[in-house]
Design a protein around this ligand. Structure first.
Ligand SMILES: [Zn+2]
Ligand SMILES: [Zn+2]
Length: 344
Protein backbone atom coordinates (compact mmCIF):
# COMPACT_ATOMS: atom_id res chain seq x y z
CA UNK A 1 0.00 0.00 0.00
CA UNK A 2 1.32 3.42 -0.97
CA UNK A 3 1.83 5.94 1.76
CA UNK A 4 1.57 9.73 1.91
CA UNK A 5 2.38 12.53 4.32
CA UNK A 6 -0.57 14.00 6.18
CA UNK A 7 -1.25 16.29 9.13
CA UNK A 8 -3.40 14.30 11.52
CA UNK A 9 -5.38 16.17 14.16
CA UNK A 10 -5.12 13.56 16.90
CA UNK A 11 -6.72 15.42 19.81
CA UNK A 12 -7.58 19.05 20.59
CA UNK A 13 -4.43 21.17 20.36
CA UNK A 14 -2.32 18.46 18.75
CA UNK A 15 -1.36 17.88 15.12
CA UNK A 16 1.03 15.11 14.10
CA UNK A 17 2.72 14.68 10.76
CA UNK A 18 2.30 11.06 9.83
CA UNK A 19 2.70 8.66 6.98
CA UNK A 20 -0.79 7.35 6.29
CA UNK A 21 -2.35 5.29 3.55
CA UNK A 22 -2.64 7.12 0.25
CA UNK A 23 -6.31 7.08 -0.82
CA UNK A 24 -7.21 4.84 -3.73
CA UNK A 25 -9.17 6.20 -6.61
CA UNK A 26 -12.64 4.73 -7.23
CA UNK A 27 -14.17 4.26 -10.67
CA UNK A 28 -15.81 7.68 -10.72
CA UNK A 29 -13.23 9.49 -8.64
CA UNK A 30 -10.07 11.43 -9.30
CA UNK A 31 -6.90 11.45 -7.24
CA UNK A 32 -5.68 14.99 -6.61
CA UNK A 33 -2.13 15.86 -5.61
CA UNK A 34 -2.58 18.83 -3.29
CA UNK A 35 -0.60 22.03 -3.86
CA UNK A 36 -2.00 24.41 -1.24
CA UNK A 37 -4.56 24.16 1.52
CA UNK A 38 -5.71 27.21 3.48
CA UNK A 39 -6.33 27.29 7.21
CA UNK A 40 -9.84 28.48 7.95
CA UNK A 41 -11.78 29.37 11.09
CA UNK A 42 -13.41 25.96 10.97
CA UNK A 43 -9.96 24.31 11.08
CA UNK A 44 -9.15 26.45 14.13
CA UNK A 45 -12.38 25.25 15.74
CA UNK A 46 -11.38 21.64 15.01
CA UNK A 47 -7.88 22.30 16.36
CA UNK A 48 -9.33 23.85 19.52
CA UNK A 49 -11.69 20.93 20.02
CA UNK A 50 -14.92 22.90 19.65
CA UNK A 51 -15.99 21.44 16.30
CA UNK A 52 -15.97 17.90 14.86
CA UNK A 53 -14.37 16.62 18.07
CA UNK A 54 -16.03 13.24 17.61
CA UNK A 55 -14.26 12.82 14.24
CA UNK A 56 -10.72 12.87 15.64
CA UNK A 57 -8.22 11.62 14.63
CA UNK A 58 -8.84 13.53 11.42
CA UNK A 59 -6.86 15.01 8.55
CA UNK A 60 -8.45 18.48 8.42
CA UNK A 61 -8.21 20.96 5.53
CA UNK A 62 -10.85 21.85 2.95
CA UNK A 63 -9.59 24.95 1.11
CA UNK A 64 -7.38 23.33 -1.47
CA UNK A 65 -5.95 23.42 -4.96
CA UNK A 66 -4.03 20.72 -6.77
CA UNK A 67 -3.37 18.66 -9.87
CA UNK A 68 -5.12 15.50 -11.03
CA UNK A 69 -2.71 12.61 -10.78
CA UNK A 70 -4.97 9.69 -11.53
CA UNK A 71 -8.52 9.20 -12.82
CA UNK A 72 -10.92 6.33 -12.19
CA UNK A 73 -11.99 3.95 -14.96
CA UNK A 74 -15.34 5.66 -15.55
CA UNK A 75 -14.25 9.28 -15.24
CA UNK A 76 -15.30 11.19 -18.34
CA UNK A 77 -14.72 14.89 -17.78
CA UNK A 78 -11.19 15.00 -16.41
CA UNK A 79 -7.71 13.89 -17.28
CA UNK A 80 -4.36 13.59 -15.60
CA UNK A 81 -2.47 16.86 -15.22
CA UNK A 82 -5.47 19.19 -14.98
CA UNK A 83 -5.32 21.93 -12.36
CA UNK A 84 -8.33 21.74 -10.06
CA UNK A 85 -10.15 22.56 -6.87
CA UNK A 86 -13.32 20.95 -5.57
CA UNK A 87 -16.69 21.18 -3.88
CA UNK A 88 -16.01 19.67 -0.46
CA UNK A 89 -19.64 18.85 0.26
CA UNK A 90 -20.06 15.20 -0.55
CA UNK A 91 -23.76 14.68 -0.96
CA UNK A 92 -25.93 11.86 -2.27
CA UNK A 93 -27.17 13.95 -5.23
CA UNK A 94 -30.48 12.10 -5.26
CA UNK A 95 -32.49 13.11 -2.23
CA UNK A 96 -35.18 15.76 -1.92
CA UNK A 97 -32.68 18.37 -0.67
CA UNK A 98 -29.99 17.64 -3.23
CA UNK A 99 -32.55 18.05 -5.99
CA UNK A 100 -33.74 21.32 -4.48
CA UNK A 101 -30.18 22.71 -4.40
CA UNK A 102 -30.12 22.57 -0.61
CA UNK A 103 -27.09 20.27 -0.39
CA UNK A 104 -26.36 21.14 3.23
CA UNK A 105 -29.62 19.53 4.28
CA UNK A 106 -28.70 16.22 2.62
CA UNK A 107 -28.73 13.52 5.27
CA UNK A 108 -25.76 11.83 3.62
CA UNK A 109 -23.62 14.95 3.40
CA UNK A 110 -20.05 14.69 4.59
CA UNK A 111 -17.63 17.59 4.29
CA UNK A 112 -14.08 16.87 3.28
CA UNK A 113 -11.65 17.81 6.03
CA UNK A 114 -14.47 18.29 8.54
CA UNK A 115 -16.31 14.97 8.73
CA UNK A 116 -13.78 12.91 6.79
CA UNK A 117 -10.08 13.17 5.96
CA UNK A 118 -9.18 16.30 4.02
CA UNK A 119 -6.44 18.19 2.28
CA UNK A 120 -3.69 18.86 4.82
CA UNK A 121 -2.20 15.83 3.07
CA UNK A 122 -0.38 15.04 -0.15
CA UNK A 123 -3.45 13.49 -1.78
CA UNK A 124 -7.22 13.36 -1.67
CA UNK A 125 -9.78 11.58 -3.80
CA UNK A 126 -12.95 13.32 -4.91
CA UNK A 127 -15.95 12.17 -6.95
CA UNK A 128 -15.71 13.47 -10.50
CA UNK A 129 -18.84 15.60 -10.18
CA UNK A 130 -17.30 17.56 -7.30
CA UNK A 131 -14.13 18.50 -9.18
CA UNK A 132 -13.72 21.92 -10.80
CA UNK A 133 -11.01 22.83 -13.26
CA UNK A 134 -9.34 26.18 -12.57
CA UNK A 135 -8.39 28.67 -15.29
CA UNK A 136 -4.81 28.52 -16.57
CA UNK A 137 -4.02 32.01 -15.37
CA UNK A 138 -5.30 31.43 -11.85
CA UNK A 139 -2.51 30.58 -9.42
CA UNK A 140 -2.74 27.58 -7.10
CA UNK A 141 -2.59 30.03 -4.19
CA UNK A 142 -5.67 31.89 -5.46
CA UNK A 143 -7.45 28.64 -6.23
CA UNK A 144 -7.02 27.55 -2.61
CA UNK A 145 -9.14 30.59 -1.67
CA UNK A 146 -12.10 29.64 -3.86
CA UNK A 147 -13.86 27.59 -1.19
CA UNK A 148 -14.19 30.43 1.36
CA UNK A 149 -15.17 32.75 -1.48
CA UNK A 150 -17.88 30.29 -2.54
CA UNK A 151 -19.30 30.64 0.99
CA UNK A 152 -19.78 34.41 0.70
CA UNK A 153 -21.07 33.99 -2.86
CA UNK A 154 -23.84 31.65 -1.68
CA UNK A 155 -24.56 33.96 1.21
CA UNK A 156 -24.95 36.97 -1.11
CA UNK A 157 -27.32 35.01 -3.31
CA UNK A 158 -29.53 34.31 -0.33
CA UNK A 159 -29.55 37.79 1.25
CA UNK A 160 -30.05 39.25 -2.21
CA UNK A 161 -29.15 42.86 -1.45
CA UNK A 162 -30.49 45.40 -3.93
CA UNK A 163 -28.20 47.96 -5.57
CA UNK A 164 -27.81 50.96 -3.30
CA UNK A 165 -28.95 49.18 -0.14
CA UNK A 166 -26.76 49.30 2.94
CA UNK A 167 -24.87 46.34 4.37
CA UNK A 168 -23.43 46.18 7.86
CA UNK A 169 -20.94 43.40 8.47
CA UNK A 170 -20.23 42.46 12.07
CA UNK A 171 -16.74 40.97 12.32
CA UNK A 172 -13.22 41.60 11.07
CA UNK A 173 -12.08 38.03 10.40
CA UNK A 174 -10.80 36.75 7.07
CA UNK A 175 -14.27 35.67 5.95
CA UNK A 176 -15.92 38.85 7.22
CA UNK A 177 -13.57 40.76 4.92
CA UNK A 178 -14.62 38.52 2.04
CA UNK A 179 -18.21 39.47 2.91
CA UNK A 180 -17.14 43.12 2.58
CA UNK A 181 -15.80 42.49 -0.90
CA UNK A 182 -18.85 40.44 -1.88
CA UNK A 183 -21.21 43.18 -0.67
CA UNK A 184 -19.30 45.69 -2.77
CA UNK A 185 -19.54 43.45 -5.83
CA UNK A 186 -23.29 43.14 -5.16
CA UNK A 187 -23.78 46.91 -5.26
CA UNK A 188 -24.27 47.56 -1.53
CA UNK A 189 -24.02 51.18 -0.42
CA UNK A 190 -22.88 52.11 2.12
CA UNK A 191 -20.87 49.20 3.53
CA UNK A 192 -20.25 49.44 7.26
CA UNK A 193 -17.93 47.12 9.20
CA UNK A 194 -18.00 46.66 12.95
CA UNK A 195 -14.83 45.11 14.36
CA UNK A 196 -12.22 45.17 17.07
CA UNK A 197 -8.76 45.08 15.56
CA UNK A 198 -7.33 48.35 14.22
CA UNK A 199 -5.33 46.75 11.43
CA UNK A 200 -8.22 44.58 10.31
CA UNK A 201 -10.43 47.66 10.19
CA UNK A 202 -7.88 49.41 8.01
CA UNK A 203 -7.87 46.35 5.76
CA UNK A 204 -11.67 46.41 5.67
CA UNK A 205 -11.54 49.96 4.35
CA UNK A 206 -8.98 49.04 1.72
CA UNK A 207 -11.20 46.15 0.64
CA UNK A 208 -14.35 48.20 0.17
CA UNK A 209 -15.87 49.26 3.49
CA UNK A 210 -17.09 52.86 3.49
CA UNK A 211 -17.14 53.11 7.27
CA UNK A 212 -15.46 51.09 9.99
CA UNK A 213 -16.71 51.21 13.55
CA UNK A 214 -15.03 49.93 16.66
CA UNK A 215 -17.40 47.48 18.34
CA UNK A 216 -19.22 49.27 21.16
CA UNK A 217 -22.61 50.12 22.63
CA UNK A 218 -22.82 53.20 20.43
CA UNK A 219 -22.81 51.15 17.20
CA UNK A 220 -26.61 51.29 17.02
CA UNK A 221 -26.63 55.09 16.93
CA UNK A 222 -23.64 55.18 14.57
CA UNK A 223 -25.21 52.81 12.06
CA UNK A 224 -28.47 54.75 12.21
CA UNK A 225 -26.63 57.97 11.54
CA UNK A 226 -24.91 56.44 8.52
CA UNK A 227 -28.20 55.12 7.13
CA UNK A 228 -30.40 58.22 7.40
CA UNK A 229 -31.77 57.17 10.76
CA UNK A 230 -33.10 53.79 9.63
CA UNK A 231 -30.55 51.07 10.37
CA UNK A 232 -28.93 48.69 7.89
CA UNK A 233 -30.90 47.05 5.09
CA UNK A 234 -28.84 43.90 5.55
CA UNK A 235 -26.77 42.91 8.59
CA UNK A 236 -24.30 40.04 8.20
CA UNK A 237 -23.20 38.45 11.47
CA UNK A 238 -19.75 36.96 10.88
CA UNK A 239 -18.52 36.48 14.44
CA UNK A 240 -20.67 33.83 16.11
CA UNK A 241 -21.30 35.21 19.61
CA UNK A 242 -24.50 35.87 21.57
CA UNK A 243 -23.66 39.54 21.95
CA UNK A 244 -23.03 40.09 18.22
CA UNK A 245 -26.10 38.13 17.17
CA UNK A 246 -28.22 40.22 19.51
CA UNK A 247 -26.51 43.33 18.24
CA UNK A 248 -27.55 42.38 14.69
CA UNK A 249 -31.22 42.73 15.70
CA UNK A 250 -30.55 46.27 16.90
CA UNK A 251 -28.67 47.32 13.78
CA UNK A 252 -31.11 46.14 11.14
CA UNK A 253 -33.80 48.51 9.88
CA UNK A 254 -37.48 47.59 10.15
CA UNK A 255 -38.21 45.31 7.20
CA UNK A 256 -34.53 44.42 6.83
CA UNK A 257 -32.58 41.17 6.77
CA UNK A 258 -30.16 39.53 9.17
CA UNK A 259 -27.73 36.93 7.86
CA UNK A 260 -26.63 34.29 10.38
CA UNK A 261 -23.17 33.32 9.19
CA UNK A 262 -20.76 33.31 12.16
CA UNK A 263 -20.46 29.82 13.64
CA UNK A 264 -21.53 29.88 17.27
CA UNK A 265 -20.95 27.07 19.69
CA UNK A 266 -23.79 24.69 20.40
CA UNK A 267 -24.73 26.27 23.74
CA UNK A 268 -25.17 29.79 22.32
CA UNK A 269 -28.71 31.14 22.63
CA UNK A 270 -29.99 34.59 21.85
CA UNK A 271 -32.93 36.55 23.21
CA UNK A 272 -35.26 37.98 20.63
CA UNK A 273 -38.72 39.40 21.17
CA UNK A 274 -41.10 37.73 18.70
CA UNK A 275 -43.19 40.89 18.74
CA UNK A 276 -40.25 42.94 17.43
CA UNK A 277 -39.77 40.35 14.74
CA UNK A 278 -43.43 40.52 13.74
CA UNK A 279 -43.95 44.25 13.92
CA UNK A 280 -40.72 44.96 12.06
CA UNK A 281 -41.28 42.20 9.50
CA UNK A 282 -37.68 41.09 9.91
CA UNK A 283 -36.08 38.29 7.94
CA UNK A 284 -33.29 36.11 9.31
CA UNK A 285 -31.35 34.00 6.85
CA UNK A 286 -29.06 31.11 7.73
CA UNK A 287 -25.98 30.70 5.56
CA UNK A 288 -23.58 27.85 6.18
CA UNK A 289 -21.15 27.47 3.28
CA UNK A 290 -20.85 27.36 -0.51
CA UNK A 291 -21.48 24.43 -2.83
CA UNK A 292 -21.26 23.46 -6.46
CA UNK A 293 -22.64 26.38 -8.50
CA UNK A 294 -21.35 28.82 -5.89
CA UNK A 295 -17.87 27.46 -6.48
CA UNK A 296 -18.31 27.87 -10.23
CA UNK A 297 -19.38 31.48 -9.67
CA UNK A 298 -16.46 32.06 -7.29
CA UNK A 299 -14.10 30.85 -10.02
CA UNK A 300 -15.58 33.38 -12.46
CA UNK A 301 -15.31 36.25 -9.97
CA UNK A 302 -11.71 35.45 -9.02
CA UNK A 303 -10.73 34.84 -12.64
CA UNK A 304 -11.91 38.35 -13.47
CA UNK A 305 -10.26 39.97 -10.48
CA UNK A 306 -13.37 40.93 -8.56
CA UNK A 307 -11.69 40.04 -5.25
CA UNK A 308 -8.49 41.50 -3.78
CA UNK A 309 -6.66 38.48 -2.47
CA UNK A 310 -3.09 39.69 -1.92
CA UNK A 311 -3.43 39.67 1.85
CA UNK A 312 -4.91 36.19 1.74
CA UNK A 313 -1.99 34.56 -0.05
CA UNK A 314 1.12 36.20 1.39
CA UNK A 315 1.59 33.82 4.31
CA UNK A 316 2.76 30.47 3.04
CA UNK A 317 3.96 27.79 5.42
CA UNK A 318 5.23 24.30 4.55
CA UNK A 319 3.27 21.29 5.79
CA UNK A 320 6.10 20.45 8.20
CA UNK A 321 5.34 23.66 10.15
CA UNK A 322 1.56 23.32 10.28
CA UNK A 323 1.43 23.12 14.10
CA UNK A 324 3.22 26.42 14.56
CA UNK A 325 0.96 27.97 11.90
CA UNK A 326 -2.10 27.05 13.97
CA UNK A 327 -0.48 28.40 17.13
CA UNK A 328 0.39 31.66 15.39
CA UNK A 329 -3.14 32.13 14.09
CA UNK A 330 -4.48 31.80 17.63
CA UNK A 331 -2.92 35.09 18.69
CA UNK A 332 -1.55 36.95 15.67
CA UNK A 333 -4.37 39.04 14.22
CA UNK A 334 -2.03 40.62 11.66
CA UNK A 335 -2.34 37.47 9.56
CA UNK A 336 -5.51 37.16 7.51
CA UNK A 337 -4.88 33.69 6.15
CA UNK A 338 -2.14 31.06 6.13
CA UNK A 339 -1.82 28.77 3.15
CA UNK A 340 -0.13 25.44 3.82
CA UNK A 341 2.13 24.43 0.98
CA UNK A 342 1.76 20.70 0.55
CA UNK A 343 3.77 19.89 -2.56
CA UNK A 344 7.08 18.18 -1.64
ZN1 LIG B 1 -13.24 27.12 5.29
ZN1 LIG C 1 -28.82 14.15 -0.79
Amino acid sequence: MDKMKAAVFTEPGNIELMEIEKPQVGDRQVLIKIKYCGICGTDMHIYNGVYSKDKLPLVAGHEFSGVIEEVGKEVKAFEIGQRVTGDINLTCGMCFYCRKNQPFMCQEMQQLGIHMDGAFAQYIVLPEDKVFQIPNKMSFEEAALLEPISCVVRSAKSYDIKIGESATIIGDGATALLHVQMAKISGASPIIVIGLDENRMKKAKELGADYVLKSSASNIEQVKELTDGRGADVVIESVGLKVTYEQAFNLVRPGGKIVAFGLSDDSCKIEVKPLDFILKELTMIGSVAGAKNDLADAISLVQHNRFSLDDYKNNIVPLADISSAFERLKTDRSILKILIKIDD
